[in-house]
Design a protein around this ligand. Structure first.
Ligand SMILES: C[S@@+](CC[C@H](N)C(=O)[O-])C[C@H]1O[C@@H](n2cnc3c(N)ncnc32)[C@H](O)[C@@H]1O
Length: 211
């Protein structure tokens, strides 16, 4: 299997699960996403769009450069693109090496992706490369709970089976630190817990960084 090739069963399960979870994610994150994404340009670069949960926030006619390594997401992503009237330009690869021109993007979006990529520092450095000066990186991610907390102990206890089932999803990532040390010219970041506050994925960060 190549570095990003999904497992035939778990890859399919994750595509199905994302599609089923989409209405709940919309209720949970919708308002926040609208605020974070800001004004949507004609072309958006989206990391790991999966089944296209974010397409509903883009105006009809938006072109989405979709950097998505899991081909099992494609049918649902395309169906969602048709429903929302957006056009997909697929880059079938991991975001660690995006086939996207340098300094070309006004908006890069990542929701619930930096938990799953193999090399988050590399991905964020790629985001900086493809953004124009002044361009925006909007993110919403679940992250590791504070060290020593009960939630953190839970995250660490279930880390291995979770990562196996979620094909790389890491509950304990310190994505805020990755973003803070990435060299953006500004960074706005808030922390919040998802509505299911007991859940191991409850701690989140959301915000935007400007190149
Ligand atoms: C939990 S899903 C989130 C999907 C979508 N962004 C959302 O908010 O519903 C994680 C997504 O990241 C993708 N992914 C995993 N590794 C990746 C990588 N290295 N580069 C880009 N996307 C990746 C997965 O295939 C999947 O579509």
């Amino acid at each position: 299997m190549s570095a990003h090739e999904p497992h035939p069963v778990r890859g399919r399960f994750n595509a199905w699960f994302l599609a089923v979870a989409e209405p709940g994610m919309h209720r949970e994150y919708g308002e926040r996403k609208r605020r974070l994404f800001g004004e949507i340009p004609e072309t958006v670069v989206e990391l790991g769009p999966g089944t296209g949960a974010n397409f509903r926030y883009y105006p009809r006619g938006t072109k989405v450069i979709a950097v998505e390594p899991n081909p099992m997401m494609l049918d649902r992503m395309q169906a969602q693109a048709r429903k929302q009237g957006v056009e997909i330009d697929l880059r079938h690869a991991g975001a660690e090496g995006m086939d996207v021109e340098s300094a070309s993007a006004q908006l890069v979006v990542s929701t619930l992706v930096l938990c799953s990529v193999r090399d988050p520092e590399r991905v964020v450095s790629e985001v900086r490369r493809v953004l124009r000066p002044g361009g925006r990186f909007a993110f919403l991610e679940h992250v590791g709970a504070p060290t020593g907390s009960g939630k953190r102990r839970l995250q660490e206890r279930i880390h291995r089976p979770w990562q196996w089932l979620g094909e790389g999803c890491d509950l304990t990532r310190d994505t805020a630190r990755t973003l803070e040390s990435a060299g953006f010219s500004s960074l706005e970041l808030e922390r919040f817990d998802s509505a299911v506050s007991w859940a191991p994925w409850a701690p989140h960060i959301a915000g935007f960084a400007i190149r």
